[in-house]
Design a protein around this ligand. Structure first.
Ligand code: SF4
Length: 237
């Protein structure tokens, strides 16, 4: 356990040195961060930014306004984020839940005990563990580690996780082996995303990767057909 603790912090420092502080998650308000966490499912961030800009033009980045908006107007606003019909209903449904459960008051929402709030979020259509945890960490400032496909793939290759580790298992591994720090959790997740996008891709660029000296995959130089992990593809809901 102590070895994993030291190893995780060492990995974080190597990534931080390479990518710098990521300042993630971008957003002017907490509600915008939450809407972004839903819209980013199965698409890249550039498309989400366009959708949020369009939502802002229409005054939709506000819980009550979004909850009451015509779904067709929301569809038009989020079109650039892909799966726009589904996503329009998801962000609208989330806003409706926020208004009905907490009067649209984010202070009240995040005053709720984290585990209970997570359970509530998971009951909302279209919100899975990764989205719920992104909302809790980046909008709520709760010490919850976000796990995504990049996390699973990179850390299986590095040799710290099994290839088939479940979401909860991966989350426990990080939370149990890192200091309980919201800022660390926020930036570490963002660093892992940067690692996955820049180096630890489907075809990893190990020679240029800042983790090559400590990575099991890089050290054994496995032939292509034996490479652990697969493409992250769609983000887990
Ligand atoms: S060294 Fe290669 S396999 Fe290991 S984390 Fe970096 S890119 Fe991924």
């Amino acid at each position: 356990m102590a070895a994993a603790k030291g190893q995780l912090l060492k990995i974080y420092r190597l990534l931080l040195k390479r990518f710098g502080h990521r300042g993630w998650w971008p957003g002017e308000t907490r509600f915008e961060v939450m809407v972004g966490a839903i819209l980013t499912q199965n698409t890249n961030w550039g498309n989400v930014e366009k959708a949020i800009r369009e939502m802002k033009k229409r005054g939709l980045v506000e819980p009550k306004r979004l909850a009451e908006a015509d779904v067709r107007e929301v569809e038009k606003a989020v079109k650039s984020s892909g799966y726009f019909r589904q996503k329009a209903r998801r962000v609208k449904g989330f806003a409706k839940w926020l208004v009905e459960s907490y009067g649209g008051d984010l202070g009240k929402m995040f005053a709720k005990e984290t585990k209970e709030l997570r359970e509530e979020l998971l009951e909302i259509n279209g919100i899975g563990p990764e989205t719920a945890d992104s909302i809790l960490l980046y909008a709520g400032g709760k010490p919850v580690f976000v796990v995504d496909a990049y996390t699973r793939r990179s850390f299986a290759r590095i040799g710290l996780l099994g290839e088939d580790a479940e979401y909860g298992e991966v989350q426990e591994f990080f939370e149990g082996n890192l200091p309980r720090s919201v800022e660390l959790y926020k930036d570490f997740h963002a660093q892992i995303v940067a690692l996955g996008k820049n180096f630890c891709k489907t075809r990893p660029r190990c020679n240029e990767c800042p983790l090559k000296a400590i990575c099991r995959f890089a050290s054994i130089r496995a032939p292509a057909h034996r490479r652990p992990g697969s493409a992250p593809g769609a983000r887990r809901l």
